[in-house]
Design a protein around this ligand. Structure first.
Ligand code: SF4
Length: 404
């Protein structure tokens, strides 16, 4: 019996789909490349914005219509907060507690077909679950309220298994990764333990600014095998908006953190962030503060999100809003800024050496700074190359092998 997976949303969801795949294969299911070939379809949904919810519903309806004979399971954040069985009758919702236990889903009978999983060169490893911070705009603490950190022995065993399977880069993820704490062992402690098993490259996904401690920065600085790239969500550069968002830092705190991080990890490290455009109460003044702050910090890339009102959140109760045309205008101004910053960052690395992990047979991969690189010489997937950036093409760098 074959199973097909469809994943929406963040790296944690992608990671959990990977885990589910393994569990299904262990139960004897075989992978289906196309939904048409599958008897079981698993849709891992997202609810972080209105449009993520709509997309999740559309996919469910579409799959149900096109593949009426398949058994459709739905899990993930949207399934955690909504009664999807009522919204889309016929689908089988799975809540978070059962998500990684497919043996409890009441699967239809299956054969013990031999199967296996193909590991990618760069794999996610989720070590933390849940968030209880209740930022004003965010639905996640309602969808994933249970805070949990994986035991270090389990993390190390999983990482060692990934290495044996040929994985060359491990990306540590979590719903709020900086909250990792296993009986007093913090993320810094886990990183030090992982550094000992000689993972060719380790990367952190996203870290909240107030959780990026000095101890953590020191650990990153001491371990060159950890990628020189940080993703630190800013959301806004205006203190008025940050306060309304219930974020736990000011623009000045953020500036100080970045100065410290760059001093310790290198001025040319990659630095990416998330920005929300059009939060309730956003004005031209607060937006200009954000634009100026982003320019000042000089991010290497931005992830831009138009504000999306999520029921139950504190922001949903605010009596004000930002008019839709203004939100759209803010998004497009941010996008222009994003493109300029990205080009500046790529130019900075032109004609300099980069360490690239090639991920496919087209020679494409990422550098430690999270620059997308296309290697022009012959290369093999799964290998690191020391390259020199020779030209910029759109959002990536073309490179040749660097002379020794
Ligand atoms: S830290 Fe804030 S934005 Fe991030 S998941 Fe938790 S509540 Fe949401």
């Amino acid at each position: 019996m074959r199973v097909f997976f469809y994943t929406l949303g963040c790296k944690s969801n992608q990671y959990e789909t990977g885990r589910l795949r393994e569990k299904f294969f262990a139960l004897g299911f075989a992978p289906a490349d196309k939904a048409a070939d599958a008897a079981v379809i698993v849709i891992n949904t997202c609810c972080v914005t209105h449009s993520a919810e709509r997309k999740s519903r559309n996919i469910l309806r579409r799959f149900q219509k096109i593949y009426p004979r398949a058994k459709i399971f739905v899990c993930g954040c949207y399934a955690n907060i909504a009664d999807l069985a009522s919204i889309i009758p016929g689908v089988s919702p799975i809540k978070q507690e059962q998500k990684l236990k497919p043996q409890e889903w009441g699967l239809p009978g299956f054969s013990r077909a031999a199967s296996g999983r193909n590991y990618r060169v760069r794999e996610f490893l989720k070590i933390q679950e849940g968030c209880d911070r209740f930022c004003g705009y965010c639905i996640v603490p309602y969808a994933r309220p249970q805070i949990y950190s994986e035991p270090p022995e389990k993390i190390l065993a999983t990482a060692e298994n990934l290495l044996r399977r040929g994985v060359q880069e491990i990306v540590l993820t979590g719903i709020n990764l900086g909250l990792y704490n296993y009986t007093g062992q913090t993320l810094a402690a886990i990183l030090r333990q992982l550094a000992r098993i000689k993972i060719p490259r380790l990367r952190l996904s996203s870290l909240e600014p107030d959780l990026l401690t000095d101890q953590l920065l020191e650990t990153l600085a001491e371990n060159p095998g950890i990628a020189r790239h940080l993703h630190i969500p800013l959301q806004s550069g205006s203190d008025t908006i940050l306060k309304a968002m219930r974020r736990r830092y000011t623009a000045a705190d953020y500036r100080r953190l970045i100065r410290r991080a760059r001093k310790m990890l290198g001025e040319d490290s990659g630095l990416t962030t998330d920005i929300i455009a059009g939060f309730p109460g956003e004005t031209e003044k607060t937006f200009t503060e954000t634009l100026e702050f982003i320019r000042e910090i000089g991010f290497s890339d931005l992830h831009i999100f138009p504000y999306s009102r999520r029921p139950r959140t504190a922001a949903a109760r605010l009596p004000i809003s930002c008019p839709v045309p203004l939100v759209k205008q803010f998004v497009s101004r941010l996008e222009n800024l994003r493109q300029g910053l990205k080009q500046d960052f790529l130019k900075k690395h032109l004609f300099r050496p980069l360490a690239v992990l090639v991920e496919n047979n087209r020679g494409a991969g990422f550098s430690s700074e999270y620059i997308q690189v296309k290697l022009q010489d012959k290369s093999s997937a799964g290998k690191f190359y020391r390259v020199q950036a020779t030209a910029i093409q759109d959002d990536f760098i073309l490179a040749k092998s660097a002379p020794e």
